[in-house]
Write a new protein. Structure first.
Length: 387
């Protein structure tokens, strides 16, 4: 039964769902001819195969990939098509479908757009109880499509490690390691307060005692863990302080801290001045020890220190920003990409980055230790700071 109850949809939705969906887009949704052509070509590989009025004007196919109906068509032993959709289509099928689009040389935006067309089609069938799942929607959710400038600075793990090792400022170094190992957003790093960071070390225990800080419940029983909440938004008052930057997570996330990041944080915390509530992790280098300015990571970490250490030429740091590390993390932690041999599941990359939908979030939240911590710690790259 659909979420609207038993509405007794037309039988054609069940017997010929592709035909019915295309007619629905053309006659009910009244999409433009251009848009209809886009939809039809990804769902129907060869329009001449079907004697459907809605496909009469579509013309010859000129694509280099199997359309969705070709990808999941089923035939009997004599080669007769017995089904042109499959309600038991799996996540593996959906991933393979995405891969063959990529293998055809399609750009990231085109691959995403084509998958969204199939996702919408399957969603219509799901609403009508024609099928029981929408694996393409799952694959879309777990995939981070890279629509950025292909000329974006391509720096290796070794190059970033050399850069971080050369930064003598302990706060800036720790901040850089945090960005590079988590892919978190600028605002999320900027907003970290001590109660949200649990480091299993006596130095940190002493610092918490000196500041009378109590760890939040999310990390209290999870040593070497950082919790990034979904709040605050920009210029919202959070923990008694009006924040100049906001977090953009859909839900709060616990992020593992590996040994290298832990040591970098402890190095900084050992010299960090005492602060007052809400006890920001990153503080201004001079004057009253309050939270750093919102432009500090750009001005210092990715501009000044990138030039000072020789990572980039003077005046050539425009693309190298705190947000750049988000792409660095994604590229190097996904299978078959980047300059790092180890990897984690694409959905786990999205979980760590904080841009994952509820269904995948529930999987990782339920079994955080095995699903997140162990996999992440086994795969995360090292920068050789303490070798």
């Amino acid at each position: 039964m659909s979420k609207y109850g038993n509405l007794n949809f037309e039988e054609e939705w069940y017997s010929e769902p592709l035909k019915k969906y295309l007619e629905h887009k053309q006659n009910v949704d009244d999409v433009t001819d251009t848009r209809f052509g886009d939809i039809a070509r990804i769902l129907v590989g060869n329009p001449e195969r079907y004697d459907w009025e809605c496909l009469k004007e579509l013309g010859e196919p000129s694509v280099k990939w199997e359309a969705w109906d070709e990808f999941v068509r089923e035939e009997d032993d004599e080669g007769n098509v017995v089904r042109i959709w499959r309600d038991e289509m799996t996540i593996a099928d959906a991933r393979a479908f995405k891969q063959q689009l990529e293998d055809a040389g399609l750009g990231s935006r085109t691959v995403e757009g084509n998958l969204r067309i199939v996702q919408s089609f399957l969603m219509e069938l799901l609403e009508r109880d024609v099928i029981e799942s929408n694996p393409v929607a799952y694959v879309l959710d777990e995939t981070e499509f890279d629509h950025d400038d292909p000329n974006k600075s391509d720096l290796t793990v070794d190059e970033i490690g050399k850069y971080l090792r050369a930064i003598p400022n302990l706060q800036q170094r720790a901040m850089g390691v945090m960005f590079a190992k988590t892919g978190m957003r600028l605002g999320e790093n900027y907003n970290i307060d001590l109660p949200f960071l649990h480091l299993d070390h006596k130095i940190y225990d002493t610092i918490l005692d000196q500041h009378d800080v109590t760890l939040v419940d999310e990390v209290a029983d999870h040593p070497d863990t950082l919790y990034i909440p979904s709040e605050p938004t920009g210029y919202e008052t959070f923990q008694g302080e009006k924040r100049k930057l906001g977090n953009k997570r859909k839900r709060g996330t616990k992020i593992p801290i590996d040994e290298e990041l832990k040591k970098a944080l402890l190095d900084w915390l050992a010299v960090r001045p005492e602060t007052s509530y809400p006890h920001p992790l990153w503080v201004k280098p001079a004057g009253k020890p309050t939270r750093i300015g919102k432009m500090n990571p750009n001005d210092k970490l990715t501009n000044y220190w990138a030039e000072e250490t020789g990572l980039l030429d003077d005046g050539d740091t425009g693309e190298f920003t705190p947000h750049w590390f988000r792409h660095f993390f994604t590229t190097n932690m996904k299978p078959g990409r980047g300059h790092h041999d180890d990897s984690i599941a694409p959905s786990l990359v999205k979980y760590i980055r904080g841009d994952v939908e509820d269904d995948i979030m529930e999987v990782y939240t339920h079994d955080w230790g095995d699903q997140v911590r162990e996999q992440y710690l086994d795969a995360i790259y090292k920068f050789g700071i303490y070798d």
